[in-house]
Design a protein around this ligand. Structure first.
Ligand code: GDP
Length: 203
């Protein structure tokens, strides 16, 4: 997919105030510092579109960007836990869960994980939460340039193995990316393009 336009539309913390348009929407989420802003900027080829860590505190909102006038890229805040009861029951920030549960336009969530790290509990729990709620998602491994190819492959396989051994019967779609060398850019964009074509096809 060629990116012809990318524009910031709005930021807010209330899913009810998100754009009314019915364009298909792709949400990017992950722990802070995972490389989300860099990945978004790399995908759409705009250096300063999403804020990077150099400017902290700017990503605690649901940020909508309209791409090519036919889909939305949504930059979500890094997730953390919010305690909801004394029984130490944990949930993710309410506006994030509300976004995923209520936003009908959402066609795919991209969960970002840093490929150098072992699977983190919060990422696994978030993916499980998405699965339990029937929300389609794909996994994006970031910072692939930081590992040698053989190590990279074994890290990816080890991560997928953990998913299969825990909650999942099959691995979700996944992409190996680097914002530093643009690895995975075309593959992710083609994936988005293929979903866009499916959802806009008239029956
Ligand atoms: P965010 O907090 O998830 O939005 O993460 P940022 O995009 O701000 O990136 C966090 C840090 O990781 C910054 O210092 C980036 O330069 C660095 N970084 C992000 N993506 C990559 C990557 O693909 N390769 C390398 N080597 N560094 C990266």
């Amino acid at each position: 997919m060629k990116i012809t336009s990318a524009q910031f539309v709005m930021s807010n913390s209330d899913v009810a105030k998100c754009p009314k348009e019915t364009l298909p929407e792709y949400a990017f989420i992950g722990r802070s510092n995972v490389g989300k802003s860099s990945l978004i900027n790399m995908l759409v080829d705009r250096k300063g579109l999403a804020k990077t860590s150099g400017r902290p505190g700017k990503t605690q909102l649901i940020n909508h960007f309209k791409i090519n006038d036919n889909w939305f890229l949504v930059d979500l805040p890094g997730y953390g836990y919010a305690k909801v009861s004394k029984a130490a029951k944990k949930t993710f920030q309410q506006y994030i869960t509300q976004y995923f549960l209520q936003r009908n336009q959402l066609v795919c969530g991209f969960v970002l994980v840093d490929i150098r790290h072992e699977p983190q509990k919060i990422d696994l729990e978030f993916m499980e939460w998405l699965g339990t709620n029937g929300i389609p998602f794909a996994l994006i491994f970031t910072k692939a340039d930081k590992l040698k190819p053989a190590v990279l492959e074994s890290q990816v396989n080890a991560y997928l193995q953990v998913l299969l051994e825990t909650a999942w019967e099959e691995a979700p779609p996944y992409f190996v990316t680097s914002s530093a060398n643009r690895m995975g850019r075309e593959t992710v964009l083609e994936y988005i393009d293929s979903i866009n074509k499916q959802v806009t096809k008239t029956p």
